[in-house]
Write a protein that binds this ligand. Structure first.
Ligand SMILES: C[S@@+](CC[C@H](N)C(=O)[O-])C[C@H]1O[C@@H](n2cnc3c(N)ncnc32)[C@H](O)[C@@H]1O
Length: 221
């Protein structure tokens, strides 16, 4: 699946999902190919928005979960402003990066002006929802999001390795919405996956009462 700026590269969606706290409603207002929405454990309600009809059709076709999914072809900023959000909602934003921070020219049928970025950030710093937003650092983002928690990392793009940032309006979570990708790199993720499977099999093969005793003991850890 290739979509300019898509988050489906190796290690990219995993890092973002590993920072998501538990939430009931998931909102992705700049959906693109929906790499995050499609890879994360669905929330009770999942909402994807993009101005591009192509993106919406693509994600509708690729998303097949029994959960409640809603897709809207419209402006993500307008959508956010039209809703009443709560701390049970997680908004993950991956807008087109500010033109001044990019090496190349336009990438999308729908780009965003600096004014639109400013309107988006103004909304994000006041909403009670949990917010995550990715982008390249700029004076505007550094200034408006100065109270957000930020992590910096490198990611591979068509133009080579670039420095990218993920801002969150919450401290690194102590509980995750989805533990499937736990681990900082492929080796660690595989190690944790094997460990989970080993422990699960071991516990599943125990005598029933012994299993319940172990599970009860684990609850108090
Ligand atoms: C960086 S891409 C998102 C990539 C996505 N995270 C993925 O993994 O494929 C940004 C998207 O924002 C969309 N977009 C641009 N302006 C928008 C707006 N005002 N409202 C909603 N979507 C917009 C573009 O059509 C593009 O698909």
């Amino acid at each position: 699946m290739t979509w300019p700026g898509g988050k489906n590269g190796a290690g990219v969606y995993q890092r973002i999902i590993n920072h998501m706290p538990p939430h009931k409603t998931y909102i992705e207002p700049f959906l693109g190919s929906g790499a995050i929405l499609r890879n994360k454990r669905p929330a009770q309600i999942n909402i994807g928005i993009d101005r591009s009809q192509k993106a919406i059709e693509l994600c509708k076709d690729l998303t097949s979960t029994p959960n409640h999914n809603f897709f809207y072809c419209r402006c993500g900023i307008g959508y956010l402003n039209s809703r009443t959000l709560s701390s049970d909602d997680l908004v993950f934003c991956d807008p087109p990066y500010m033109k001044s921070t990019r090496k190349g020219g336009d990438l999308y049928d729908f780009e965003m002006s600096d004014n639109a970025h400013a309107r988006l950030l103004a909304f994000l710093v006041t909403t009670p929802a949990k917010v995550m937003i990715t982008g390249y650092r700029s004076d505007l983002y550094d200034d408006v999001l100065s109270r957000f928690h930020r992590i910096d990392y490198q990611t591979m793009t068509r133009a080579g390795m670039v420095d990218e940032a993920l801002w969150m309006n919450f401290a690194p979570p102590t509980q995750l919405h989805d533990y499937s990708f736990l681990g900082t790199d492929y080796r660690e993720r595989e190690r944790i996956k094997r460990k989970k499977s080993r422990w699960k099999n071991k516990i599943a093969n125990m005598d029933r009462l012994e299993r319940l005793a172990i599970m009860e003991a684990l609850q108090s850890v």
